[in-house]
Design a protein around this ligand. Structure first.
Ligand SMILES: Cc1cc2nc3c(=O)[nH]c(=O)nc-3n(C[C@H](O)[C@H](O)[C@H](O)COP(=O)(O)OP(=O)(O)OC[C@H]3O[C@@H](n4cnc5c(N)ncnc54)[C@H](O)[C@@H]3O)c2cc1C
Length: 484
């Protein structure tokens, strides 16, 4: 059998220790952090635990020989089905390859191997007062390799941008087995426009379909000395885009601007979760605005924002300093938790829905989603990054109700269609993966065809992560194969 031959070849190359083939072990690779893997169960034929460039090169050589897929995987915190194996093959687990090989604070840089997590890197940088700013809220598990592959953004990308702003060079193993460094073979610089920018234009955000990222040189930044914020509890959600616009006009620069939508059915639950906070009636949206930088700049931003917020309907709570900010973040989380408990008997299923619309259409998009969610007969918590118009929809589901789950699959497709109809995009930061690959032509038109040509140039046999970003015709395995 093909799968037995594959396992035999991998044992020959790696020995038994680095290769997993037991059903129970492979079941651990059947999911990521998104909802898609609740509907579909896929396992690889084998997993290789890679800890060197040579391991990656050898894995790709076996894959080319036997014409089987290779699926790179970091922490598995992605939410778009990017790190799962819809057509079997070799799961290339890079999460144990953790070396921080260079830390050069005098040059504001680090060179790491792909399995280092964000928290591990930031812990190593902390004694120098430095950190890597993109923060996808999954830092304890997400790897730097996965962050590059997904071009991770997150809460503070408003001020600092996504990973592409911080990646200076990448070592990549191509599907052919060639090892290349993009961004300068030896350069250790934090600025360069030399040559075609292959890292930003091709590999960053390529979700493992063009190459396996084996080394990452990042630029790091000083930890900002001051931070402050306002939690605004709005009784008029429609006014939120105008509030943000006013803050922009006043030249206030946020480091984060997060929202949680509170629908009428959730108000009581949210109030229960925020017992010591003066709440307006009605309570329609919770908005957390954070400012960080030097102390006098932050004090000015806070003061300016406070005066503007006071002109809008609602109540607010202020954190004057860094030490008090976790309280506001906790209140935001508690508000989200309140909305989550608004459908008795249902569970919040990690979703991964990540649509983004023009900022002025945030409220239209939220109303559209609420309508679709109502039609599907379920409930949800909508939260996200307000300034970008980036909405995460966390569904509140009864996952053992098969009829409900069928409606939910349609609902997810409808949410994506809504985004495109509102001149938005199907994903602001979680990536295309398997979930959104069927929508690429709808979203990008003829440019989707160019993406296929680029993929074909690097990987004519479609070995690397097939089905992600660009759809495949072959169906995956059936859910009946689920054994664990
Ligand atoms: C609670 C929670 C909140 C989140 N919030 C955000 C957010 O705000 N913003 C955001 O951007 N994301 C967010 N995410 C998604 C996710 O954490 C990030 O995208 C993260 O960077 C993925 O890293 P990972 O190591 O887990 O990658 P994985 O999930 O393992 O893989 C993700 C993709 O990258 C590919 N890949 C992984 N490693 C490599 C490699 N070395 N070479 C080539 N390809 C590779 C995989 O094939 C897959 O396509 C969130 C996730 C969770 C669980």
């Amino acid at each position: 059998m093909a799968s037995e031959l594959l396992q035999k070849r991998l044992y020959e190359e790696f020995g038994r220790e680095q290769v997993l083939t037991a059903k129970e072990e492979l079941a651990c690779y059947s999911y990521d952090s998104g909802i898609y893997t609740l509907f579909h169960y896929f396992t690889p034929d084998a997993a290789v635990l890679a800890k060197s460039v040579d391991d990656v090169v050898k894995t790709l050589a076996v894959a080319r020989e036997l014409k089987v897929p290779v699926i790179p995987r970091g922490g598995g915190t992605g939410q778009a089905g990017g790190a799962i194996a819809p057509t079997g093959g070799i799961l290339l687990d890079l999460s144990a390859w953790k070396a921080i090989e260079q830390l050069t604070p005098e040059d504001y840089q680090a060179f790491v191997r792909p399995g280092v997590t964000l928290d591990e890197l930031n812990k190593a940088l902390a004694p120098y007062g430095l950190y890597l700013p993109p923060d996808p809220s999954s830092g304890s598990a997400c790897t730097i390799g996965g962050m590059v592959a997904n071009n991770t953004a997150g809460q503070r990308s408003l001020k600092y941008g996504a990973m592409d702003r911080f990646v200076m060079a990448l070592e990549v193993v191509l599907p052919t087995g060639e090892v290349v460094t993009v961004g300068g073979k030896q350069a250790r610089v934090i600025k360069s426009v030399s040559g075609l920018d292959l890292k930003t234009g091709l590999f960053i955000g390529s979700e493992g379909i063009l190459g396996v990222i084996t080394g990452i040189r990042v630029k790091v930044a000083p930890v900002p000395p001051a931070r402050a914020g306002i939690l605004f509890l709005s009784s008029d959600r429609k006014a939120i885009p105008a509030l943000i616009r006013k803050l922009y006009e006043a030249k206030v620069v946020f480091s984060a601007c997060e929202f949680v939508l509170v629908q009428p059915s959730a108000e009581i639950a949210v109030a229960r979760n925020l017992p010591d906070t003066p709440l307006p009636s009605p309570l329609e949206m919770v908005l957390l605005m954070e400012f960080e930088g030097n102390p006098s700049g932050v004090a000015w931003e806070l003061d300016t924002a406070r005066k503007i917020v006071a002109g809008f309907k609602g109540t607010y709570s202020i954190a004057e300093n860094k030490e008090d900010m976790p309280r506001l973040w906790l209140l935001l989380d508690e508000a989200e938790g309140g909305v989550m408990s608004s459908r008795p008997g249902a569970k919040r299923v990690p979703g991964g829905e990540d649509i983004v619309v023009p900022p002025s259409l945030l409220i239209e998009a939220l109303e559209g989603i609420q309508q679709l969610v109502g039609i599907a007969g379920v409930s949800c918590v909508n939260f996200g990054h307000a300034v970008f118009g980036n909405i995460h929809t966390g569904l509140l589901l009864k996952a053992d109700d098969t009829e409900e789950m069928k409606r939910v699959e349609t609902l997810i497709a409808d949410i994506h269609t809504l985004a495109i109809a509102l001149e938005g995009s199907t994903t602001g930061e979680h990536g295309t993966g398997l979930v959104r690959s069927p929508l690429m032509t709808q979203e990008h038109g003829p440019a989707a065809e160019i993406m296929k040509r680029v993929k074909n140039l690097f990987d004519p046999d479609n070995i690397l992560n097939p089905g992600k970003i660009l759809p495949i015709d072959r169906p995956g395995r059936s859910a009946e194969e689920k054994t664990c």
